[in-house]
Design a protein around this ligand. Structure first.
Ligand SMILES: Nc1ncnc2c1ncn2[C@@H]1O[C@H](COP(=O)(O)OP(=O)(O)OP(=O)(O)O)[C@@H](O)[C@H]1O
Length: 306
């Protein structure tokens, strides 16, 4: 599968803040990538650089094989939907859609109109008068109907209710299935998107902690619970990410190579074993007391999950 984006040793420093610290990865074509990480991890900065809205301090960025800066050929193939999307205040919903139709070569007007109905957007209303959720829905309509070969959604659903968010996921998946493209979805609602994401990029304090297929990751982090001695015994086979103890029992999240044999072993030790959710994995890898350990072994971690 060819790479749509290649990033090599990308560093971005603001005055006194290192937002990205030597990040390297590539994005495979036709996949849904989850770009995850805590507040301030560097996700937006990364997407801004990939879409030529920000400059790197050092490192290389290649998008569709070229540098994106002032490169119309590249930028016309990118859609970037931001949390705080703003539009000129005199525009109505229909004007925004008309403008998007002119900008994106792959624009699908029929899809746009259908999505406007799905999200119940008032076509004639001025964008200034839209509710916060409606404004997010408008961004989602533009992001999906643009059918851009590389589409970034940066927390696109501020103010959207649970029903509207589910509509977004459903329509994203349905349209992606019919028109495969490369999607990067940055979100804090990890549980909601965990079934959607095919590849996980996890950033913490500007460093890449995970660059892994979601499916591979699922089998590599488990939570075991039972008698402390048995938990101690089991966790020796992997890296313990977190533990909670109560009396003589413990519950530990462990990272390692957990095939069927590990399940048998847990059972023989009298332990309950369950695969950790993507949200749990992200929380455990990025919580502050693990943050340093995880960060200092980022390269080893990346290797371990490949
Ligand atoms: N223009 C700027 N000037 C100075 N510091 C900045 C600037 N933009 C971002 N930063 C800092 O860079 C770091 C990364 O910010 P960024 O917005 O990329 O994080 P994020 O992962 O998108 O966070 P969130 O999930 O909260 O949106 C933060 O410490 C932020 O304060």
């Amino acid at each position: 599968m060819s790479a749509v984006v290649t990033v090599t040793e990308l560093t971005k420093r603001y005055r006194g803040v290192t937002a990205l610290d030597g990040v390297s990865f590539s994005l495979a074509e036709h996949r849904i990538h989850g770009l995850l990480g805590r507040n301030g991890a560097g996700k937006t900065t990364l997407m801004q650089i990939l879409t030529a809205q920000n400059f790197a301090t050092s490192g290389e960025v290649s998008v569709f094989g070229q540098h994106p800066y002032e490169n119309e050929q590249v930028l016309s193939r990118i859609s970037f939907i931001k949390e705080s999307q703003t539009y000129p205040s005199h525009l109505r919903v229909t004007h925004v859609l008309r403008a998007a139709r002119l900008v994106y070569p792959g624009w699908d007007e029929e899809l746009a109109q259908r999505l406007v109905d799905v999200f119940q957007l008032p076509r004639g209303r001025n964008v200034r008068k839209l509710s916060r959720g409606m404004l997010s829905a408008l961004g989602i309509v533009v992001g999906l109907a643009s059918r851009a070969p590389l589409t970034f959604f940066d927390e696109p659903y501020l103010g959207l209710d649970a029903v509207a968010r589910q509509l977004f996921y459903d329509h994203l998946l349905a349209d992606y299935a019919e028109h495969p493209r490369t999607i990067v979805l940055s979100t804090h609602l990890i549980d909601e998107v965990s079934d959607l994401i095919e590849h996980v990029l996890l950033i913490d304090q500007g460093r890449l902690l995970l660059d892994v297929e979601a499916e591979a990751l699922r089998g590599q982090v488990v939570t075991v619970s039972g008698p402390v001695a048995a938990v101690d015994e089991f966790t020796r086979t992997g890296t313990e990410l977190h533990r909670a103890s109560l009396g003589g029992t413990a519950r530990a999240t462990v990272r390692g190579d957990f095939g069927p044999a590990a399940h048998d072993r847990a059972r023989s030790l009298g332990l309950d074993l369950e695969a950790s959710s993507l949200q749990d994995i992200v929380v455990r890898l990025t919580t502050s007391h693990n943050g340093h350990a995880a960060g200092s072994t980022a390269a080893a971690d990346k290797e371990a999950v490949r």
